[in-house]
Write a protein that binds this ligand. Sequence first.
Ligand SMILES: O=C(O)CCC(=O)C(=O)O
Ligand SMILES: [Fe+2]
Length: 204
Amino acid sequence: MNTRSPQFHDIATALADEGWCVVPGFLSAAQTQALADECLALRDAQRLTPARVGALRTATPLRGDSTHWFQADAPSAPQQAFTDRIDALRVTLNRELMLGLVECESHYAVYPPGAGYTRHLDRLRDSDARLVSAVFYLNPAWRVADGGALRLHLADGSSRDIFPHAGTLLLFLSAQFEHEVLPATRERMSIACWMRQRTPGSVF
Ligand SMILES: O=C(O)CCC(=O)C(=O)O
Ligand SMILES: [Fe+2]
């Protein structure tokens, strides 16, 4: 893996300048399709769990997705391809932006039609370990009319809508951007990933 690719340099620059960026074609079409196939197979095998929010881990109307965490010690081949590339990006961000990102955690997420995720920040209440949020989209032939944008709220009060096209990666600084998932007319699949920094008391 060449971590000095110009694409990764451009991503680091955009993150430093704007705090967020969109990367089309982060993986090949075949790699993206393999992840989508695996996500659907997990859904069909009922291995997705309704997402929970907060310390009490209660089911919530705030978000309507179901998730499946990647197992770092036993990745499937499609997961390994994603993990290798996101890790290479993490190493580039550490080198170019002096970030102490020590690991990534990722889960598949499936939003049924009509489901969304209300406006939120990705920082967990009890931890500031999550520094960079990355969302990778798995939906072929997505149309704007399908809805389902991630709405990113910027500091000036404006917002940007990013549609969940297969192969697109969205990156943003976890502590700085509130965002929401708007409901879609179709099932919507993604991988949500967080690059984590070492925090006091963490095991890293
Ligand atoms: O799927 C997306 O576009 C974003 C999901 C999200 O915001 C999250 O899981 O925290
Ligand atoms: Fe989020």
